[in-house]
Design a protein around this ligand. Structure first.
Ligand code: AMP
Ligand code: GLY
Length: 422
């Protein structure tokens, strides 16, 4: 497996439970992943080196955690060398690598999404802007570590965002810009696994992207999440499968770019139905942690069947009907300049039945665990509903000694509020 975050720790934890997994390696991994896998150092940009490693160690399946190697075409290089891989090729990974690619695909396949214009120069962008109401959404086309989206509340802000992007504010990611209609509603995430032909739903979640309680302040990679997301009712999930996921998979296959791996759809539940905000070509972080906490089926078997194009031959994945909630403990200063090296203690004390602590940015220095990144720990718990999962997750948080860390105390507030109201 490739990756080093909380998402990869959750995948490693689940993979290690698969009877078919004898041994696996993770690059670069982290101290939590090290409990389940041998951590090695590979340069993911050097596809030949990764292929050579797989050959030497007789690797049966490669799991790619993050998006960058997928968008860079690593899965495709591995497939060309006859190595099975969980993750899409370069062309279909453009669903995450290029917002314009996804918008054009939605237009061709009649998938509900916000109205948009794609431009590669500033004057066209400024001219197109006039057709949009305010607020308006300005997006850098390429990968920008989740920071390439600006919601402009005034025309001046929108113009400023466009100028900033074309002046290289997001590097190459902003060489092309997408201007989008602003959608209103509640956001939710939907996951599906596909081998390019067969598609199976793989759970729902909601996350909290802003750093501050009440969902305020700068955007982060995600400060917490829970699964399932009951706002995505069975009827809505069916609608998402029929109107968004299936047309995406079918269109890509018909156009000679079959998508294999997990498809993570960010949705806006608008008054007129679910609309696609964006696709990711990988599991969400920290959404993956709550999905893995609930997954009861054999993850390795699911991933292998996906990689082999045999998803039609396995039974539907089963999830615990309970709720899982994860609280991200981050290093002070995150998301701008997280403090490195802060001591972390008492994880064993905090981890009980139904509670799991996934490592994200941690490191071991002289046998002691320290913070080594922005998001450091994902404290995850199961409960009969979101409220109970929340109570258990915070009880575990309170056992952990991480002085230079912080977390939001309101993860799950929307759902907890709804549960309280009934
Ligand atoms: P993205 O990176 O595309 O997921 O965008 C980041 C966040 O910006 C999303 O999670 C939404 O909160 C918001 N966003 C993106 N596009 C829109 C839109 N068209 N309307 C309203 N909010 C949006
Ligand atoms: N938590 C959002 C993401 O992984 O993109």
């Amino acid at each position: 497996m490739l990756g080093s975050g909380g998402r990869e720790h959750a995948l490693a934890w689940k993979l290690a439970q698969s009877p078919s997994v004898e041994k696996f390696y993770t690059s670069p991994g982290n101290p939590g992943i090290g409990h389940h896998a041998e951590c090695v150092k590979l340069d993911v940009l050097d596809h030949a080196a990764v292929i050579q490693f797989c050959g030497r160690n007789r690797i049966d399946l490669v799991v790619v955690g993050p998006e960058a190697p997928l968008v860079d075409g690593l899965a495709e290089s591995l497939r060309s060398a006859d190595i099975l891989v969980f993750g899409p090729d370069k062309a279909p990974a453009q669903l995450e690598g290029s917002k314009g690619f996804t918008k054009d695909l939605c237009a061709r396949a009649n998938i509900p999404t916000a109205g948009y214009v794609r431009t590669t120069n500033q004057s066209d962008a400024l001219a197109a802007l006039e057709k949009f109401a305010i607020p308006v959404v300005i997006k850098a086309d390429g990968l920008a570590a989740g920071k390439g989206v600006i919601i402009a509340e005034t025309r001046a802000q929108a113009e400023e965002a466009i100028e900033m992007m074309f002046e290289g504010g997001f590097g190459d990611a902003g060489a092309e810009v997408v201007i989008e209609e602003f959608l209103t509603g509640e956001e939710a995430s939907f996951f599906a696994i596909t081998d390019g032909k067969n598609v199976i739903p793989f759970g729902t979640a909601q996350d909290h992207k802003r750093v501050g309680e009440g969902d305020i302040g700068p955007n982060t990679g995600g400060m917490g999440a829970y699964s399932p997301a009951p706002v995505l009712t069975t009827a809505l999930q069916k609608q998402v499968m029929d109107e968004i996921i299936r047309p995406t998979v079918d269109t890509l296959a018909a156009e000679g770019k079959p998508y294999s791996g997990v498809l993570f759809a960010g949705l806006m539940l608008t008054e007129t139905g679910p609309q696609l905000i964006e696709y990711n070509a990988r599991f969400g972080d920290p959404e993956c942690q709550v999905l893995m906490m609930r997954l009861q089926s054999d993850l390795a078997a699911i991933m292998l069947a996906t990689a082999k194009g045999q998803l039609g031959q396995i039974s539907a994945p089963e999830f615990d009907t309970r709720s899982a909630l994860t609280v991200v403990m981050a290093a002070k200063g995150y998301p701008s300049t997280p403090e490195k090296g802060g001591k972390i203690q008492n994880l064993a004390r905090a981890e009980r039945e139904g509670t799991k602590i996934f490592h994200a940015g941690t490191a071991e220095v002289d046998g002691k665990l320290v913070a080594n990144g922005g998001r450091v720990l994902n404290v995850t718990a199961l409960g009969h509903n979101t409220t109970e999962a929340q109570t258990k997750a915070y009880a575990a948080v309170d056992q952990i000694d991480f002085e230079s860390g912080f977390c939001r105390r309101d993860i799950g507030w929307r759902e907890v509020g709804r549960e309280r109201a009934v």
